[in-house]
Design a protein around this ligand. Structure first.
Ligand code: HEM
Length: 144
């Protein structure tokens, strides 16, 4: 499958559709937790590693929060709402300076992880489209 990273104007909030519930059904909770863990491990070695927790215990907690969120938005158990409340993710990302370049690195790390999953293209692309569009909502620092 072709993973294309879209470009947007700074400040834009492209429309977002939630991933297909089949993503969770086929991958299982455990598979989503592994995907998120692998993504964080790549981020920790990337050019944007400074943004993410260095200490293992903190990194494990970050992995758990993000996995809880993805399971929830794929129609699974509302773990995230129960432990953290309303997601309000753009607001939760605001303490971190996230540039368009950081978004691209973040998405490239996801491409590496998603390419290894054996899922039907339509299911994978529904998850990819979600990441591609919604990740731009987190870009809060203009570099122009
Ligand atoms: C679809 C796009 C994204 C989603 C769904 C997402 C999701 C999340 C979630 C659920 C959390 C935990 C929030 C909490 O504390 O409860 C989080 C934290 C964080 N995200 Fe994102 N994120 C996205 C994009 C990005 C991008 C593009 C970056 C920057 C490259 C980024 C950087 C961070 C950082 C630095 C944290 C705090 C540390 C941590 O808990 O991992 N995120 N994100």
């Amino acid at each position: 499958m072709n993973f294309t990273i879209s470009q947007f104007e700074f400040g834009e909030r492209p429309p977002v559709s939630l991933p297909s519930p089949q993503f969770l059904e086929l991958l299982s909770e455990e598979g989503i937790r592994k995907m998120v863990s692998d993504h964080y491990d790549l981020l920790s070695k990337s050019k944007v590693s400074h943004l993410f927790p260095r200490i293992e215990e903190a990194l494990d907690k970050a992995k758990q929060r993000s996995s809880d969120f993805f399971i929830q938005i794929c129609g699974g158990h509302p773990y995230y709402n129960k432990s953290r409340g309303k997601p309000m993710l753009a607001k939760r990302h605001s303490p971190f300076a996230i540039t368009e370049e950081a978004r691209i690195i973040w998405l490239q790390c996801y491409i590496e992880v998603l390419s290894k999953l054996e899922l039907p293209d339509d299911v994978l692309s529904s998850f990819w489209n979600y990441l591609n569009n919604f990740s731009f909502w987190m870009v809060n620092t203009d570099t122009e």
